[in-house]
Design a protein around this ligand. Sequence first.
Ligand code: AMP
Ligand code: ZN
Length: 466
Amino acid sequence: MKIYNTLSRTKEEFKPIEDGVVSMYVCGPTVYNYIHIGNARPMIVFDTVRRYLEYKGFIVNYVSNFTDVDDKIIKKANEEGTTSDVISKRYIEECKKDMEGLNVLPATVHPLATEEIPEMVEMINTLMKKDFAYRAEDGTVYFRTRKFEDYGKLSHKNLDDLEAGHRDIDVTGDGKEDYLDFVLWKPKKEGEPYWESPWSEGRPGWHIECSVMSKKYLGENIDIHAGGEDLIFPHHENEIAQSESANGVAFANYWMHNGFLNIDNRKMSKSLGNFFTVRDISEKYDLQVLRFFMLSAHYRNPLNFSDVLMESAKAGLERITNAYDNLMYLFENATNDVTSDEEAKEAINSYVKKFEDAMEDDFNTADAISTIFEFVRHINQDVNEDTGANVLKLYIEKLSMLCGILGIIVEKEEKLLDEEIERMIDERQKARKNKDFKKADEIRDELLRKGIQLLDTREGVKYKWL
Ligand code: AMP
Ligand code: ZN
């Protein structure tokens, strides 16, 4: 499997640090409002990377933070006459709802910056001791950028370029030794939330938050660190400088960055009036359509959002779900239990292989989706009323599996049907209790024909859609 690594600017063969396990950190949103559709892109893209890795059999430890202390959060709190805590908690909950709609799996851990402050103070202390950091008179602590020799290795900038563009650098206070130095800790201003530290009452800089949360939950050396391409510099460059200086080992082995989402070929911005939250989009579309749209492009390319493209994504997704519904209908009404499955198996092997090849090539979801379309075309041509239930079941399983790797749900959610299933499960349990195994088996088979598999677990009987 090949991953494009921003560090080397090449596609590299993926080799995890520990066999069978992947540690992955994805920079999460700053929570001061509903997330916008640009924020949704890394969530969807890296959730898909995770799903593919899990499909390959890896255990993925996936950490994604919420930045819950920040100037924008404080500003919003002041506007509403409330605290940052109220604002961030509110928008974390709203973000989680959007993630659910987008079918983004919850991370293994979603750390909050404000809950990890002691560890941040500790890392800054280590940097102070190693002379990589210093305190200015006003209580700000800065990182001594020039002391870290590899500075610029991720963004491929050299210090001279940076010198020329030094105005872009976030200058939050005076007393820097060098304009390249960046903030690790900043003293509080009137009315701001703050924490105690050896240097001042204040709060951490943004970059140190991710260095610390990544170390705490995944270790000093991790497999993949990811985020949008705007984070390459300075955020990720600074994370590398902090982590490698403090820990003395390489930070992340693979750095992945998604391209930007634009609207009607322009940068999305509130002032241009072309700014959409995920919630806005959910009023017009099922969020599955947004997910499908995002995955129709390669994650590293810029992606343009427009009504026309969303309509086309919607139509594309419907082509797949219609094929799936048709399969289910034929399966439920199949008159033949078994017909030859050789051709189906051969087709499945070749499409699954093609899908995997696309994903193995730096997660080319655009090609993976094209392969699903080809598979759907094949299925539509191959099946009819005479097709055996065995063949239909194979197609149903594999189509659902491939879509599932992309986080696309093809199964219909039918609440009423759920109750019906529960009723049949109860009936089967009663039959088993009465040792009427024939009846119990009949009910199980009937459910199976409807595409529902029963699972006898310790917590009782569960079921899943095939
Ligand atoms: P932020 O809350 O601005 O730190 O952003 C959270 C995540 O969304 C980061 O990984 C950003 O790189 C990413 N992001 C922000 N805007 C866009 C956009 N327009 N297109 C793609 N990714 C974005
Ligand atoms: Zn980060």
